[in-house]
Design a protein around this ligand. Sequence first.
Ligand code: NAP
Ligand code: HSE
Length: 433
Amino acid sequence: MSRPPAGAPLRVALLGCGVVGTEVASLISSQSDELASRVGAPLELVGIAVRDASKPREGIEGTPLAELLTDEAESLVRRADIVIEVMGGIEPARSLLLSAIESGASVVTANKALLAQDGPTLYAAADAAGVDIYFEAAVAGAIPIVRPVRESLAGDHVERILGIVNGTTNFVLDRMANEGLELDVVVKEAQDLGYAEADPSADVDGHDAAAKAAILASLAFHTRVRLEDVAVEGIMGLTAQDIAWARSTDQVVKLLAIAERTTEGVVVRVHPALVPSSHPLAGVHGAFNAVFVEARSAGELMFYGRGAGGQPTASAVLGDLVSAARHRVLGGKGPVESSYAQLPVLPASQARTRVQIRLDVQDRPGVLAKVAAVVAEHGVSIEAVRQAPGEEVAHLVVTTHEARQEALDATVEALREIDVVDTVVSVLRVEGS
Ligand code: NAP
Ligand code: HSE
């Protein structure tokens, strides 16, 4: 990594001027003196690449930043010391970052989709070129979580990460719990408020959380975890009744990203789960995010804050920019990929979890015994059974002890088949207790 002459400005290129990019550009411009003092050299924004440079842009229009807009991203990245990528998507972001690295620039990206899909290619290229790659904003927006897992906990053993890493779904589930609303009504509200994307499927189907889970798991377990290694279930199957049931039993439903080390390897999954109201994650409301980390020596840690939005995300990007810029001025280099452990990445069927199964059953003698027998036949132990009377059927709630997901799945399938069970109303995993 070449050092600029003493006092010379560092050239910064920005790729993208949308929700995040607009705030990044504004902060670099409005805080230029402070940033220069923190870095030890001025930062000069040399260009902002967008798809359509002629489009009027709120917050940029009429300011000197408007002069920097260009649709020539490829040439821009080749004349920068540091490239910030907040355009999103896989291509051309990937090729542009590789071009930047090849021409000796350090890079900062918020692009979780790209890192979860092809991070190792970028990390290897940056390592070979001797430049930095930073990506704090790619996981949970403003919350410092990449640096703590990658650096602060580098001397510890992370055992488990439980995260609420998607603000849109947390907002939706929280509103459903508080107002008793159905899911589609609240998703529409989240779109109107600008939390959910115009096409909210990446949020509600769990794919946004899965990308973040893959990145966190890779860092935590020093093992490459790819997006396709993450088992994903979104929130679309949840009903107002599921949420009301949780509330009435002192639990909440959260979309969790779970990365854990087992004796056989690593399991990474994203799905809705019941969390006891006493767990710290149960108190995460609205569009906020939180990441709960369990480490062998440190014990339990929780990181909480805003996981999305232009300004919060720009805060994380600017932190990375300062780190990369300091290395340019003072020498040194940020962390490189650590994947030495290469633990086996196991399918979610190997995860150990508990479930709460709600069943409509016939209300007659021997029913409970039949249900209990099916559960026992699959090697699953029951922790509690609760029965609520219905008009023609009884509602049975079976909570299991911890068991392998595959045994729990087989139990549920077998319960669907027995004559005393009218309907399996819902099956939700229980985490955090
Ligand atoms: P956005 O509002 O859609 O902005 C994307 C920007 O990139 C736009 O300015 C767009 O140009 C430009 N762009 C897209 N494709 C381009 C191309 N092929 N060539 C040149 N410019 C291109 O996106 P965003 O919400 O700011 O998100 C940006 C990144 O940050 C994504 O990776 C996202 O996952 C990540 N992130 C976002 C948040 C958040 O809260 N929004 C939080 C954490 C991480 P035009 O304006 O001309 O279309
Ligand atoms: N759509 C994401 C969320 C934004 O709702 O959390 C940042 O990844």
